[in-house]
Design a binder for this molecule. Structure first.
Ligand SMILES: [Zn+2]
Ligand SMILES: [Zn+2]
Length: 212
């Protein structure tokens, strides 16, 4: 079974998740966004206190805010980054993304080590999650479906009563289409964990989301 630990990091309020296989203590970091020494320390303390071994980084997409802690986690834990190849072009625009948000410091170089595609099953210890390609917020956006736990990590595709912005290499039509055809195909009781803000469920959003 996976235990899911949520952190909120940076001024962007990004939800970084740890997917921890309870049997082996192996874990994946999803969207590492720690952006200060105190946030790094908070993360490291949790990892050490819970005897966790980080074996991989999985990114739902490569917008700047979801990559603030990428270098730190790669260097501290030696974990490879897995993401959809559709995000390579987004990562290549990292400096432009920084400029757009008025961030003056040099942007890190983000490199995908392992390509993920729709339908891939990612092993985390003895547990696994499935990759669902949900383009539109960004071209290679993915969601991670943990079927046994009735949970889906959706990145910035879907929020409680909202959806992701589509002005950063995205497409509104594509996003709404992918939410309807892929995410709303999941069971209603599936817990939705987003890249920012509170959780929701598929059933609640089917009924109450004004954008889909
Ligand atoms: Zn985003
Ligand atoms: Zn975001």
């Amino acid at each position: 079974m996976l235990k899911i630990k949520q952190f909120a990091f940076s001024d962007f309020g990004v939800n970084t998740y740890l997917l921890i296989d309870e049997e082996t203590r192996q874990a994946a970091v999803v969207d590492p966004a720690m952006s200060s020494e105190s946030e790094q320390k908070r993360f490291d303390a949790y990892v050490a206190d819970n005897d966790i071994k980080i074996t991989q980084i999985i990114n739902t997409h490569l917008h700047l805010d979801h990559c603030f802690g990428m270098d730190y986690v790669k260097n501290a834990y030696g974990a490879p980054l897995k993401a959809h190849p559709g995000e390579a072009a987004v990562a290549a625009m990292m400096q432009q993304q920084y400029s757009m948000f008025g961030i003056r410091r040099p942007a890190p170089k983000v490199v995908i080590d392992v390509d993920l595609k729709d339908g891939d099953v990612i092993k985390i210890g003895h547990s696994s999650v499935e990759v669902i390609h949900v383009p539109g917020h960004s071209p290679g956006g993915i969601c991670l479906y943990y079927k046994e736990g009735n949970v889906v990590l959706v990145g910035d595709s879907l929020f409680r009563r909202s959806i992701g912005r589509t002005d950063l290499y995205g497409s509104h039509e594509q996003l709404v289409g992918a939410i309807r055809s892929r995410l709303f195909a999941l069971p209603d009781h599936t817990l939705v964990l987003s890249g920012h803000g509170p959780s929701t469920t598929i059933g609640e959003e089917k009924v109450g989301n004004p954008f889909v």
